[in-house]
Design a protein around this ligand. Structure first.
Ligand code: AHM
Ligand code: MG
Length: 346
């Protein structure tokens, strides 16, 4: 048989990345890095999918002692498994200089026994951990930065770059189907895991978030702890056609950021985890480097907006690896409206 003259209509992740490399959008090393992360996510997907049969549910730790991470949270077994899979997969490929995880106190340079590359990888290995034991979607979030010139052994300080410096960001959602959503700064694209073949296949090229929405996502149980501008903003959403917004809004809250943001990338909406008096001392609930920045890059590349309520998220100058921030992201006009409420009250 002769070789095909043009690619088959279904585009695999590998093929997509080769084309992105030819177009000058990714370097060979970044292509390898993304392939390695995708492969690790497939392994995590298999572990998540086994559920109770794989003995992977419940809390990590031994002899009744919970294992506590740097965030002060009890780790689940799957948090630890996902972290180990990502660490192991990325150690030896030669594409990274170092990596940092939401589950680890400090970043780690690639061990001397392996070649070091020019990229830094940050990840939240398993986001939405409170949903693991109840069989609701969880996900992996990742962000890629360049290692600063001349740095061979990166430390925490070299990771503290604003989100505008990201060269790639993505997440995998482990839901009814496993999907990988990716940007290298040229649009946001979604791939679905074909479980029979064992590979990711491009299913939506160039996701677009509608500018306007009638759907919001927030944990309403925190309402009484919010700042006045947030109280006013959500109060007006709930007032529906009778209020100043003049339309009825619907609400959704999965409590897995990956699942909530995936819905917004698919059909629009606004996702928020605002400042509240419970998390004010920490600066917010969600983490800038592992959650807010990569998701903001994906949302902006799909035509949406992302803010802390007072500043474009991607321009925040990080001061700590585990820094937390308030988050508003999604449909551009709705995010601008939420920001208006904050700026008017200040
Ligand atoms: P995690 O990384 O420890 O799982 O925490 C982050 C999660 C987000 O996925 C989600 O949006 C939020 O925490 C839910 O918080 P809450 O339980 O307060 O509604
Ligand atoms: Mg998380």
């Amino acid at each position: 048989p002769s070789l095909p003259q043009r690619p088959a209509p279904s585009v695999s992740l590998t093929q997509f990345l080769i084309e992105a490399q030819r177009a000058g959008h990714v370097s060979p090393d970044l292509r390898l890095l993304i392939e390695v992360v995708a492969r690790a996510c497939k392994r995590i997907s298999i572990a998540v999918g086994k559920g109770a049969l794989g003995g992977v549910l419940g809390e990590a730790g031994s002899a009744g002692e919970a294992s506590i991470n740097i965030q002060g949270e009890a780790q689940k077994k799957l948090d630890v498994i996902a972290n180990d899979v990502l660490m192991e997969a990325n150690a030896w490929g030669g594409h990274l200089a170092g990596l940092a995880s939401e589950e680890m106190d400090h970043s780690q340079p690639i061990p001397d026994v392996y070649p070091r590359g020019n990229y830094l990888l940050l990840f939240d290995p398993l986001d939405g951990s409170s949903n693991i034991d109840v069989n609701i979607s969880v996900g992996t979030i990742f962000s890629v930065l360049r290692c600063p010139d001349g740095v061979t052994t990166p430390g925490d300080e070299h990771f503290l770059q604003p989100g505008t410096e990201q060269v790639c960001a993505g997440y995998t959602t482990y839901g009814p189907s496993t999907m990988l959503v990716l940007t290298v700064g040229h649009g946001t694209h979604a791939f679905t895991l074909d479980r029979e073949i064992g590979g990711f296949v491009l299913t939506t090229r160039d996701m677009r978030i509608p500018d306007e929405t009638k759907e919001f996502a927030v944990n309403m149980s925190n309402q009484r702890f919010w700042e006045p501008p947030m109280q006013a903003y959500v109060g007006d959403l709930l007032a529906g056609t009778e209020g100043p917004r003049g339309k009825d809004f619907n609400m959704r809250w999965v409590a897995s950021m990956v699942a909530d943001v995936h819905r917004i990338l698919t059909r629009g909406g606004i996702f928020s985890y605002p400042l509240d008096s419970k998390c004010a001392a920490k600066g917010g609930k969600l983490r800038l480097m592992y959650e807010a920045n990569p998701m903001s890059f994906l949302v902006e590349q799909a035509g949406g907006a992302s803010s802390t309520g007072r500043q474009r998220m991607l321009e925040v100058r990080p001061t700590g690896l585990h820094q937390r921030v308030p988050v508003f992201m999604g449909s551009r006009r709705e995010v601008e409206t939420a920001v208006d409420y904050h700026l008017r009250h200040d």
